[in-house]
Design a protein around this ligand. Structure first.
Ligand code: UD1
Ligand code: CA
Length: 459
């Protein structure tokens, strides 16, 4: 097979999306559309650079691609159609081998499909991917001669009513002999309803030159779904989520309902993990063995040890949870938190930059921020680390085996020695010695025969 140079067209505005963001930067499974296409393109391009045609929002696109190596950018300004876009990349392309053109808004395409397509089309022919979609609207229709040869592509807006009935559509993937491009692209004319230079017109130009076009029918044309508007974006999202969860299930992940798990990043997991409905996993997620994640839990960049149980509606971000720990329900674990083995963090507890030792428990209604808490510590209900003085954050350190009574405020910076007990309702402003009982409480008073003001007035 001849050398393949890959070009991705991504200069369009994406008017139909009605978004302030360039279309190819819309997120699909947490990643811009363009990044999905690029990932596939790089697998096909092998060691060759990938050519990207950018225009609308070019700076944003380039910023989003940051340090991705092996990219060559071409600029299209103004954007006068897909044919014009490819022409902008011409100066950077060698005139040998083939050029594979991909659209930045066709994100579900897989490398093995493209490989099979490239194998199928002889080097000196034009090739395109086609398919029959239940709803072909918006796609170019494939025109064939009596004998079945592909004669051209007609964009929907330019279709006659009869052509519009054609169900076989152009899925937007084209491979062309590189040495013909300059001639064909130079011959394009914007004589269509949009006044644009259509890449798809190359097919009829090729036919005029006696070059055959091979239409490769995709087994599942949904793989080449084009994302032009919000509805198609959500369709692509569901298709991709279904594909991801299928792969995860094949690898042994169990879940109550595969349609109600969303993965927007990468997931690694050990044996016998189980996800209840409506779990959202974002960023980089690692699960050990036998992790159970309850309904509605959201995890973002989290590393979860063996036998951890995350109870419903908890939000965990940028954290590490050691084996056997139990989190939630309704817990909020914020970045920089490390929850020790077999520790419990219960309902309505918020943690931030917390190191909680093994076997420690904070079961109810607490804020624990910028704190280092030892092993086997009991944090009572309503305990608050007052870490912020309005200007700076301060640290709370609590030794092993401490018992912090309910509704205690620890005004940081403050240290509590190992084995100390702090009486409920205390406001701790100075370091607490190890062992013994420390409490700060105004003495309790009882006033007998006391009547409230209203009762007094009534006599
Ligand atoms: C295109 C095809 C259509 C096909 C469909 C498949 C053409 C003329 N039509 O239509 O036959 O069925 O895709 O999804 O090619 N772009 C540029 N510069 C431009 C215009 C577009 O780089 O001047 C880029 C866009 O950013 C986008 C891609 O080319 O990534 C496709 O453009 P779009 O306007 O979405 O084409 P469709 O109308 O979907
Ligand atoms: Ca499109």
């Amino acid at each position: 097979m001849a050398r393949v140079q890959v070009v991705i067209l991504a200069a369009g505005k994406g008017t139909r999306m009605r978004s302030a963001q360039p279309k190819v930067l819309q997120l699909l499974a947490g990643k811009p559309l363009l990044h999905h296409v690029l990932h596939t393109a790089q697998q096909v391009a092998d060691q060759e650079p990938v050519h990207l045609v950018v225009g609308h929002g070019a700076e944003l696109l380039q910023a989003s691609l940051g340090s991705v190596p092996g990219l060559v950018f071409h600029y299209q300004e103004p954007q006068r159609g897909t044919g014009d876009a490819l022409r902008c990349a011409l100066p950077g392309l060698a005139k040998e081998g083939r050029v594979l053109v991909l659209y930045g808004d066709v994100p579900l395409l897989q490398a093995q499909t493209l490989q099979a397509f490239l194998q199928h089309v002889p080097d000196d022919c034009v090739g395109l991917c086609s398919g029959e979609l239940p709803d072909p609207s918006g796609y170019g229709r494939i025109l064939r001669q009596e004998d079945g040869t592909v004669a051209g592509i007609q964009e929907e807006r330019d279709c006659s009513p009869r052509e519009r009935e054609i169900r076989e559509v152009n899925l937007g993937i084209l491979v062309l002999p590189a040495n013909r491009l300059e001639n064909w692209l130079g011959a394009l004319a914007p004589n269509n309803s949009q006044g644009e230079y259509y890449l798809t017109d190359l097919v009829s130009l090729a036919a005029q030159d006696g070059i055959k076009t091979i239409a490769y029918r995709l087994a599942d044309p949904r793989e080449a779904l084009g994302v032009n508007d919000a509805e198609q974006l959500s369709q692509a999202e569901r298709l991709l989520q279904a594909r991801q969860i299928r792969t995860l299930q094949q690898a042994g992940l169990r879940c109550a309902d595969p349609a109600r798990v969303d993965l927007r990043g990468s997931l690694e997991f050990g044996p016998d993990c189980y996800l209840e409905p409506n779990v959202i996993l974002e960023g980089r997620i690692e699960l050990g063995a036998r992790v159970r994640i309850g309904a509605g839990a959201i995890l973002r960049d989290a590393c979860i040890g063996n036998d951890v149980e995350i109870l419903p509606y908890s939000l965990l971000e940028g954290c590490k949870i050691d084996h056997g720990a139990r989190i939630g329900p309704f817990a909020r674990i914020r970045p920089g938190s490390e929850i020790g083995a077999n520790a419990h963090v219960g309902n309505f507890v918020e943690t931030k930059k917390l190191r909680l030792g093994a076997g420690s428990k904070a079961n109810h209604l607490s804020y624990l921020g910028d704190a280092e808490i030892g092993a086997q510590v009991n944090i009572g209900a309503g305990v608050i680390t007052c870490n912020y003085d309005g200007v700076e954050k301060h640290k709370t350190e609590i030794g092993d085996g401490v018992f912090v009574g309910s509704d205690t405020q620890l005004v940081a910076p403050v240290r509590v020695g190992a084995g100390a007990t702090i009486g409920a309702g205390s406001t701790i402003t100075r370091d607490v010695p190890a062992g013994g009982l420390t409490l700060s409480r105004s003495p309790q008073k009882s006033i007998p025969h006391w009547h409230g003001p209203r009762q007094a007035n009534k006599g």
